[in-house]
Design a protein around this ligand. Structure first.
Ligand SMILES: *Cc1c(COP(=O)(O)O)cnc(C)c1O
Length: 262
């Protein structure tokens, strides 16, 4: 503001990459409406939750967005890549932004409505017909089939969280809102040491060591990262609907096994 800059857009996130957090869209939409700001919702990760009657409340307010990005290739497991940009705009905005009107490519004097052509509306020009994958998957699974997939991943994540709470060596970063289960594995030598000055530093070295071990063992692949002031923690994203409760138990047993000497 001091520099005379005028904000024109708010980009909210529905399902953040690491923690799986959802911004309060209704409240943000109120602010945007009041100030006449464009509201974009990055629902790349969390957008698929809309298919679940049980969990869609996480996205309440998304209907007020001016634009929404959603990746069916994430939680719905559509073949990479399958990304959707939804716009409220009906004035052919994409064409107005991107069209180069190359006369050697895009003829306007065709026998059908040329507004249906996508080639001149996007930056890339040549494209896969990625939406066909989503359409076919939706046809094959039905809305209910996709809903079950989403609900199943939530149930598996919930099971994993409850089992973690029963075991000594697992500490949750937070109660998950979504299917990102963020946690530290606290190895035997660090248990009960939380008060010691180098605890955080030692704890943050655990995840890289365990990751190396699980990869070399060939048993699992779980991502880890630091986040803000928090040292490295694991982020188990339960997104595959064919996972089972037994897989969740295996994950916990395997981490205990791989980390027992640490
Ligand atoms: C994955 C992700 C993106 C990036 O999506 P791409 O289609 O890979 O560019 C953006 N935002 C969030 C929150 C994501 O999880």
């Amino acid at each position: 503001m001091q520099r005379g800059a005028v904000p024109f857009l708010v980009s909210a996130t529905a399902g953040t990459t690491v923690l799986g957090a959802f911004d309060p869209l209704e409240a943000i939409a109120d602010v945007c409406q009041h100030h006449g700001l464009w509201l974009h919702v990055d629902a790349a990760w969390g957008g698929s939750v809309l298919l679940s009657q049980t969990h869609r409340h996480l996205l309440d307010g998304i209907q007020r967005a001016d634009s929404v990005a959603w990746n069916p290739h994430k939680l719905l497991a559509a073949g990479l890549q399958c990304s959707v940009l939804l716009l409220r705009d009906t004035s052919n905005l994409l064409k107005r932004c991107h069209a180069a009107q190359a006369t050697y490519l895009f003829q306007q004097d065709k026998f059908y409505d040329v507004a249906l052509d996508t080639g001149d509306k996007v930056v890339q020009c040549g494209r896969h017909v990625d939406c066909l994958k989503l359409w076919l998957m939706w046809k094959a699974q039905g809305g209910q089939g996709l809903e079950q997939r989403v609900d199943r991943t939530f149930a598996l994540a919930r099971y994993l969280v409850e089992e973690m709470k029963k075991r000594e060596g697992f500490e949750l970063v937070m109660e998950p809102e979504f299917v990102n289960v963020c946690f530290w594995f606290v190895p035997p030598s660090l248990r009960g040491q939380r008060g010691s000055p180098d605890y955080q530093e030692r704890l943050s070295k655990v995840a890289p060591v365990l990751k190396e071990r699980m990869v070399k063992e060939g048993s699992m692949m779980i991502g880890y990262q630091p986040h803000g002031t928090r040292g490295n923690f694991f982020r188990m994203v339960v997104a595959n609907p064919s996972l089972t409760l037994a897989d969740m138990d295996f994950l916990l047993d395997e981490l205990e096994r791989l980390g027992q000497d640490l």
